[in-house]
Design a protein around this ligand. Structure first.
Ligand code: AMP
Length: 214
């Protein structure tokens, strides 16, 4: 099971990937989470990446490439769901070469789609448990009362200016990656606008079907 979950920020990739990972025992590799961890731990990578992440810009590809490739390698090139990588055509080419060199390839790229207004609502009302990485939504999935309030934060890149920046970058640099995968017959589009459970079932069905055919 080698999957990329693709789509704009706020589409639900992270929550779906985390759930898929728990249910199906696949490794969830989120370059965004790895970067935020590096920033919290103040590693040299974290220091280089901090400004980009907090303002909603893309971190230089070479830094992210190493994070993604190391995680895939550590996991034996099998059973992973990538979330947030690749984000540019260059990164898609790197990933393709990296997997090819290991004698393998992706099963499928699932592109989650939701209307723009839903994305803005999800991002601006998103809150995160800074210890566990669990995501909440102020209206639909508020943080439970037993989680201490100081652990619940709003990501700096979920502030209004950074949201607009991230959506612009998505349209300019990341959206073209979808056509790149479509041209190679690897893309499957998933309607991500319904309930979490309905979307998860679509993802799961697509993943199982692709694992059987590849
Ligand atoms: P995410 O958690 O996937 O929304 O990622 C948060 C931020 O991490 C992004 O806005 C970028 O600044 C950075 N980032 C994550 N993945 C990548 C990537 N593949 N390429 C460049 N920057 C990335």
């Amino acid at each position: 099971m080698k999957i990329v979950l693709f789509g704009p920020p706020g589409v639900g990739k992270g929550s779906q990937a985390r759930f898929l990972s728990q249910r199906e025992g696949v490794k969830h590799i989120s370059t965004g989470e790895l970067l935020r961890k590096a920033i919290r731990s103040k590693t040299s990578l974290g220091r280089k990446a901090q400004q980009y992440v907090e303002s909603g810009r893309l971190v230089p590809g070479v830094l992210v490439r190493a994070l993604a490739e190391d995680s895939i390698r550590e996991n034996g090139f099998d059973r992973f769901v990538l979330d947030g990588y690749p984000r540019t055509i260059e990164q898609a080419e790197w990933l393709d070469e990296f997997l090819k060199a290991a004698g393998t390839k992706l099963d499928v790229v699932l592109s989650l789609q939701v209307p723009a207004e839903v994305i803005i609502d999800r991002l601006s009302k998103r809150r995160v448990n800074k210890q566990t990485g669990e995501n909440y939504h102020l209206d639909f999935k508020p943080p439970p009362p037993d989680v201490p309030a100081h652990l619940i934060i709003q990501r700096k890149d979920d502030m209004p200016e950074a949201i607009l920046h991230r959506l612009e970058i998505y349209h300019e640099e990341t959206h073209p990656v979808q056509a790149w995968y479509r041209d190679r017959g690897m893309l499957q589009e998933i309607n991500g606008g319904d309930s979490f459970e309905d979307v998860y079932e679509r993802i799961r069905a697509a993943v199982l079907a692709s694992s059987q055919t590849s």
